[in-house]
Design a protein around this ligand. Structure first.
Ligand SMILES: O=c1ccn([C@H]2C[C@H](O)[C@@H](COP(=O)(O)OP(=O)(O)OP(=O)(O)O)O2)c(=O)[nH]1
Ligand SMILES: [Mg+2]
Length: 149
């Protein structure tokens, strides 16, 4: 499968940091670095918006998803507060990572730490068509556990 080309611009405060890359042959995500000038500590329950020092241009028909790294989430409780974050193809601002500390201890984040991962995925834009009635289905209005445990 051909790879969509994503342009990446390193911002001034991202200079010197490693560009995100796929760390294994079939990795789905590229880790995003924290482009902090100095370390920060996220208190339990605290939310921080972490710069990556990167702006990207994703081709039309794709999106970026900012997802947690499982190691950080499971070991420390540090996860993406709006997971999965959405990077629109037409967004040219800095990619930022919203993190929340769900763990019991403060978590320190240092410059260069890989705090989340970026997935490039195809998207479709639908056409909404207003209708007075919807076509019947077997499920109907059943949901929220209607099929049992
Ligand atoms: O984790 C994220 C989520 C979003 N963004 C950037 C890229 C995205 O294209 C833009 C808008 O995101 P979203 O649509 O989720 O936020 P919004 O609150 O709806 O803002 P807007 O009104 O600007 O769309 O913010 C990030 O850098 N990181
Ligand atoms: Mg939006």
């Amino acid at each position: 499968m051909s790879r969509p080309r994503v342009l990446v611009q390193r911002l001034a405060h991202g200079q010197g940091l490693k560009l995100p890359s796929y760390e294994s042959a079939q990795a789905a995500g590229m880790d995003l670095p924290a482009a902090l000038s100095e370390s920060i500590t996220v208190q339990p329950g605290g939310i921080v918006l972490v710069p990556t020092g990167l702006s990207i241009a994703i081709p039309a028909g794709y999106e970026g998803q900012v997802r947690p790294r499982s190691g950080l989430a499971i070991k420390k409780g540090l996860t993406v507060v709006n997971a999965p974050g959405t990077i629109d193809a037409d967004y040219r601002g800095e990619v930022k990572v919203g993190l929340v500390n769900l763990g019991p201890e403060p978590v320190e984040i240092c410059r260069g730490d890989r705090v989340a991962q970026l997935i490039i995925a195809p998207v479709v834009q639908a056409e909404l068509m207003e209708a007075a009635e919807l076509p019947a289905s077997d499920r109907g209005q059943g949901g929220f556990g209607s099929t049992g445990k």
